[in-house]
Ligand binder design. Structure first.
Ligand SMILES: CC(C)(COP(=O)(O)OP(=O)(O)OC[C@H]1O[C@@H](n2cnc3c(N)ncnc32)[C@H](O)[C@@H]1OP(=O)(O)O)[C@@H](O)C(=O)NCCC(=O)NCCS
Length: 195
C-alpha cells in the first residue's frame, strides 16, 4: 500500500485498521470545533472517541481501500486528517461517487492537507469507475467555500440527519473528476493554484 502523495513532511495514504483510533479522535475534535453553534451542544457533548473508533474500525474492515489519511511529521508521523468515499448513496442525484467525510484537525487546517486528501479520494473514486462525485456540506459551514475553491459546483439543497438532528445541507458536485485531476496536476507542475 504505497502512499499516493509524499512531500517530505506530509504523507497521504490509504488507512489501516490500526488508524481507527486516530481517525475517531480527530473526528470528535473536529466536529466539536466545526459544528459548535451549528448543531445542538448535546449532540457534540455526547460524541465519544470510543464509539467513533469502533465505527471507523467497522468501516475499515469492510472497505479498507476507501479511507485515506494525511500524516504530518517526518520523525514521528501523526495523522492530522482523513476522509472516505464510495458509491453515491442516493443514485437519484446523478453523480456516481460520493465523498462521505473529509476532516482535517484544527491545528493542521490551511496547510494543504484538505486539498491533498480530496484529490486522493477523487482519484480513488475514478479508479473504482466513478467519474463524477457529490459532497454534502452543512449550509452554515464555511468549509463549503473550500469545495468551491476545488472546483465544486453548488447543485443541491436538502435537509440531512447529522448527529441525529435534521440540518440544512448543500451538495457540491464535480461532473468530470478526470478533468479536475488533470487541471490540478497541471497547476502543480506550473507551481500555481487553480483559479
Ligand atoms: C474544509 C477542510 C477539509 C479544508 O482542508 P484544509 O487543509 O484546511 O484546506 P487546504 O489548506 O487544503 O486549502 C485548499 C484551498 O482551499 C482554500 N480554503 C480552505 N478552507 C477554506 C474556507 N473555509 N473558505 C475558503 N477557502 C478555503 C485554501 O485557502 C486553499 O486555497 P488555495 O487554492 O489558494 O491554496 C478543513 O479546513 C476542515 O476539516 N474543516 C473543518 C471540518 C469540515 O468542515 N469538514 C468538511 C465537512 S463536509
Amino acid at each position: 500500500m504505497a502512499p499516493v502523495a509524499e512531500d517530505g513532511s506530509t504523507t497521504i495514504r490509504q488507512a489501516r485498521l490500526a488508524d481507527a483510533r486516530a481517525i475517531g479522535r480527530i473526528e470528535v475534535e473536529t466536529w466539536r470545533s466545526t459544528y459548535a453553534g451549528m448543531l445542538p451542544d448535546r449532540v457534540l457533548l455526547n460524541m465519544s472517541e470510543q464509539r467513533q473508533t469502533a465505527s471507523w474500525a467497522g468501516f475499515l474492515r469492510h472497505r479498507p481501500g476507501d479511507v485515506y489519511v494525511a500524516e504530518r511529521g517526518a520523525a514521528a508521523p501523526r495523522i492530522r486528517g482523513f476522509g472516505n468515499c464510495g458509491p453515491q448513496r442516493d443514485p437519484g442525484f446523478g453523480f456516481a461517487g460520493e465523498v462521505y467525510t473529509l476532516y482535517v484537525a484544527p491545528d493542521a487546517q490551511g496547510a494543504g492537507l484538505g486539498r491533498q486528501l480530496l484529490l486522493a479520494l477523487f482519484t480513488r473514486l475514478l479508479h473504482c469507475g466513478h467519474r463524477s462525485a457529490l459532497i454534502w456540506v452543512v449550509r452554515a459551514n464555511p468549509a463549503r467555500f473550500f469545495y468551491e475553491r476545488l472546483g465544486g459546483k453548488l447543485v443541491l439543497h436538502r435537509s440531512i440527519p447529522l448527529g441525529g438532528e435534521p440540518v440544512e445541507a448543500v451538495g457540491y458536485g464535480w461532473r468530470d473528476l478526470a478533468a479536475l485531476l488533470d487541471r490540478e496536476a497541471q497547476s502543480r507542475a506550473g507551481g500555481s493554484s487553480p483559479g
